[in-house]
Every structure is written in structure tokens, then in C-alpha cells.
Design a protein around this ligand. Structure first.
Ligand SMILES: [Zn+2]
Length: 373
């Protein structure tokens, strides 16, 4: 009988990043900046670009319960654009073009709420009540890098490419807000209705589009995203009523709850929780919209059966994994030394691991993240 192994590897930033970020801060406390750089480094180890990605971070009171808001700069119909009449985030534009097409303009503006009770550590182990800044900034950068469309709903009418600068007031962008010409973003071109109609094939603007945005049934129809999901339907957040800035630009909260490897780009995050890896679906989505993903990431992208999970998380000593076919653990430390751990009843003893962030890997499985505390 072939015995599947589970591999646990330390989460380490790639030795030479595939993409680099140039981050300018406006009001960000110096103590918060390492978490922001750390999150950028995680994306920098996944996505490939020859052009540094320029990000401005504004630390400001956002009001309400919002943790962060992100606006990517955009271009359409640039030289080498894969799809015509479609907005692309400039970070991706520059990666495809292999040269900077927006000199002097930021690629991404991120606003972080200065009123939030942030956890500024890098270890993914926020105490109850604090929001993990690495996780939130990783999420916000995901939007800035392209996990974001141009949907809008006014009354019953839904549209692509009708968002105006006044819609985001009182916030502003450091780059000129373009006339979007009722064109969709590249992300929007993968949105699909339950009857498999592509949303960008529906009249724009229209009430039909508006009702699809709130159908609760939107899905992602991209080859690589679906490889990441193992072929399972990828649910896009599409509640009724429409939630501006949240609907149609996140994975569905209920489908990918806390602990799911694909939870990062869901609309809500809880204090005391963390997630430092985008997960196989989101990485597949990035590939679908045109990003080149560092080949070293491949092993971390494999699909996990939906039933797979680890708990408790964070863990002190005994780790449980819900996939019953796993019989052994291979634990690898930073220097490459590894040891095989055998099942102890229905759990694994991880009491000897140093505190930190780890992934569990199956031979055909995806990374399941856990925190050793
Ligand atoms: Zn978001």
C-alpha cells in the first residue's frame, strides 16, 4: 500500500523575490512598517515582475469597521495587452510589458485604518481582539495586484466601468482617476452566472447585470483558478443587497471560512486570526488574469480536498488533520533537516516545533496552514 506523506515546511520568503515592492508611507507608524513589508514580500515571492511595484500606504481613520481600502492604478489597450478594451492593474501591466508604463504614478494606493487595534507581529499569532496587519495588508495588496473588478450597482442597475472618483470620496488616489468608458476589468471577464453566462456578455449597464451581482451565485470561470479549487465551483461573494467595495471582488465568505486555505480574499477577517498565504484558488486567479507565477510556488498550489482542515489552530502540542488518509508527517526545518512524525491516535505531536507559521502538505494536497504557539 502506498502511504501518503504529509510534509510540513516552514513558511519562508523566497531567497530571491520574483517581484519587488517600493512602498512609500504616509503616516504609517514605524512599528507597523515591518508587517507591511513582510506581506509585500509574500506576494513578491509568488508573482513575477521585472518592474518594482510602487505602493503608497496611508495610515488614516477610515471610520466604520473598515480595516483597509485599496485602489489600483489602471491601463487598458497597452502594448501587448492580452485582452482588448479591458482595464488591467498597472502592476500587472508593467509585468506583462516588462517595462514601466506609468512612470511617476503609483501602482497601488492602500488606506489602512489607524483606529484599528492592529497586531504588528510577523508570526501570524495575533492575540484575541487584535487584527493581524500582515494578513490584512496581504489581502489589500491582493486587490491592488488584480483581485478586483469594476462592478457598481445603482438602484437596480448593475454596470462595469462606471466607477467615478466621486464614488470613493472622501478618499482620493495619488494617480489620476481615469474615465473608465464602461469597460470591465480583466477580473470581471472571468465572472460567470449560475447558468454559465459570462457577465461581460450581458448588456452593460443593465438591471439584468444588477440582479446577477446580487444573485448569490456568481462564480469564477478561469482555468487556473479551477485547477486551484480542484474543479469545484469557485464562489464569488455576491450577496443581496449589493455591498459596494465588497460584492463581486471577493471569494464567498461562507464557502471559504476561517481555516480554509482559500480564506484570504474573503470579505471579512476576524480579530485573533491570521492567514499569510493566498491559497491555491487566489494564486490561480492571479494566473488567470495574466500574472506569471514563480515556478517555485507550484508545489504550494495543489488542490486540497474541501474536507481537509487542521485544528486546533493555533496549536500547542497535538495537531489534528481531517484527511484520514494521511499517516505520516515529514517536518522540515529552516536548515532543511527533516523528521518523520507518526500518528499518535488521531493526532500528531507537534510540541517540539518552534513557535511560528507552518504549512502541511499532502502529495496531492494543498498547503494547510497552522500556527504553532
Ligand atoms: Zn477586500
Amino acid at each position: 500500500m502506498r502511504i501518503p506523506l504529509i510534509f510540513i515546511v516552514l513558511l519562508v520568503t523566497a531567497s530571491s523575490p520574483a517581484a519587488t515592492f517600493s512602498i512609500v508611507h504616509f503616516g504609517t507608524p514605524i512599528q507597523a512598517q515591518p508587517a507591511i513589508e513582510h506581506a509585500a514580500g509574500i506576494w513578491g515571492g509568488i508573482l513575477v515582475s521585472d518592474v518594482p511595484i510602487k505602493v503608497s500606504v496611508s495610515w488614516t481613520a477610515l471610520g466604520g469597521s473598515s480595516l483597509g481600502v485599496t485602489f489600483p492604478n489602471g491601463r487598458k489597450d497597452f502594448p501587448g495587452a492580452p485582452v482588448d478594451s479591458t482595464w488591467y492593474p498597472t502592476a500587472l501591466v508593467n509585468s506583462i510589458n516588462q517595462a514601466e508604463l506609468n512612470p511617476g504614478e503609483d501602482d497601488i494606493n492602500v488606506y489602512l485604518n489607524s483606529s484599528t487595534n492592529w497586531y504588528l507581529g510577523l508570526d501570524g499569532d495575533p492575540p484575541a481582539g487584535q487584527y493581524d496587519l500582515v494578513s490584512v495588508f496581504l489581502h489589500e495588496l491582493g486587490h491592488g495586484l488584480g483581485f478586483l473588478g469594476l462592478t457598481k450597482k445603482e438602484g437596480a442597475e448593475g454596470s462595469f466601468g462606471a466607477i467615478q472618483a466621486s464614488d470613493i470620496a472622501p478618499l482620493t488616489t495619488t494617480f489620476p482617476w481615469p474615465e473608465l468608458d464602461t469597460l470591465p476589468g480583466i477580473f470581471d471577464r472571468f465572472l460567470q452566472a449560475q447558468d454559465l453566462t459570462m457577465l461581460t456578455d450581458v448588456a452593460n449597464p443593465s438591471n439584468t447585470l444588477g440582479s446577477l451581482f446580487t444573485s448569490g451565485q456568481l462564480r469564477w470561470n478561469g482555468t487556473n483558478g479551477l485547477i486551484g479549487s480542484g474543479g469545484a465551483v469557485i464562489r464569488i461573494y455576491s450577496p443581496s443587497p449589493y455591498e459596494s467595495g465588497s460584492s463581486c471582488v471577493h471569494l464567498n465568505e461562507a464557502t471559504y471560512p476561517t481555516g480554509n486555505p482559500n480564506e484570504l480574499m474573503t470579505p471579512h477577517v476576524s480579530p485573533g486570526q491570521s492567514n499569510h498565504w493566498p491559497g491555491p484558488i487566489v494564486i490561480g486567479v492571479m494566473r488567470d488574469i495574466g500574472w506569471v507565477v514563480d515556478p517555485n510556488v507550484g508545489l504550494l498550489e495543489h488542490h486540497a480536498p474541501a474536507s481537509c482542515g487542521v485544528w486546533p489552530n493555533p496549536v500547542d502540542d497535538q495537531l489534528r488533520i481531517s484527511c484520514s488518509t494521511y499517516d505520516k508527517l515529514l517536518i522540515t526545518d529552516l536548515s532543511g533537516r527533516s523528521s518523520v512524525h507518526s500518528r499518535n491516535g488521531d493526532s500528531w505531536d507537534v510540541s517540539q516545533l518552534q513557535p511560528g507559521s507552518y504549512f502541511v502538505h499532502g502529495q496531492s494536497g494543498p498547503p494547510l496552514r497552522f500556527i504553532k504557539q
